[in-house]
Design a protein around this ligand. Structure first.
Ligand code: GLP
Length: 245
């Protein structure tokens, strides 16, 4: 779905999420959302906050699982995805804090990290799986932090960040040596299990990777191409991101 502007596009996605949340609430069901960070979903979260404030959209029945977090990363750091999610969304809506799940960047040992990742997968399954997964896309073709080389069957795990991803993160950290080189991310397989996937991309910088993802051969060199095999996926992009299609 190509929109003239990101503003128009996020309104449509926010409307879909609101409808899903309300439909589930009407039958006393939880709505399980997979959420992303980065610049791409910021306007979507702003629109959801507006709908909460002005249209009474409630998030009491919503359970969220975030895609990823840097490692190491203290929760209170302004660069953390914990901070990002609270700042842009959670602090402004009525979600129950115990329904919020974000990978923990404070874990130290390999054993702790492995156990956390296994439990994260179990927690998603225990909630009945993800109803709708929001995604951004990195210029390496990563979804979450599933960099080139990530398998379609991959699950939540510790990963090493690609050089281009580190370079793109310098704007948030100030200098290259301050950007973490590792992260915890849901796997491609975790994302593929979501019942519906909506990927957001804006601007001409994303045009080459959108072309490779939509029109390229499915392969782990561009992990986002695995989405071509998902049965209910939509790319919601603006005209600049669609520029090379
Ligand atoms: C980070 C996140 C991804 C995100 C990507 C794109 O690497 N881990 O989940 O999709 O950045 O970010 P942006 O939306 O800022 O371009």
């Amino acid at each position: 779905q190509i929109y003239e502007t990101a503003d128009e596009a996020v309104k449509a996605v926010a409307r879909e999420i609101a409808d899903l949340v309300r439909t589930k609430a009407a039958s006393s069901e939880k709505c399980v959302l997979g959420l992303a960070t980065g610049v791409s979903p910021i306007k979507l979260y702003q629109e959801l906050v507006r709908m909460h404030r002005e249209e009474g959209l409630s998030f009491r029945n919503v359970v969220t699982f975030n895609l990823d977090e840097y490692l190491p990363m203290p929760k209170e750091s302004e660069q953390s995805y914990h901070y990002f999610m609270h700042h842009h969304l959670f602090d402004h809506i009525d979600i129950d804090p115990k329904n919020i799940h974000i990978p923990d960047g404070t874990l130290q040992t390999e054993e702790e990290i492995e156990k956390f990742c296994e439990d994260y997968e179990k927690a998603i399954d225990a909630e009945g799986g993800i109803d709708l997964q929001v995604l951004g896309i990195g210029r390496t073709g990563h979804i979450g932090f599933n960099e080139p080389g990530s398998f379609i069957t991959s699950t939540t795990r510790k990963v090493y960040l690609n050089d281009l991803t580190i370079k793109d993160a310098i704007k948030d950290f100030g200098s290259r040596n301050l950007v973490p080189t590792k992260a915890i991310t849901m796997g491609v397989g975790t994302i593929m299990k979501a019942r519906r996937v909506v990927l957001l991309a804006w601007g001409e910088k994303k045009a080459p990777i959108i072309k490779a993802t939509v029109e390229g051969r499915v392969s782990d060199t561009v992990p986002a191409t695995f989405l071509q095999m998902h049965s209910d996926v939509q790319f919601v992009i603006d005209e600049s991101a669609a520029g090379e299609l």
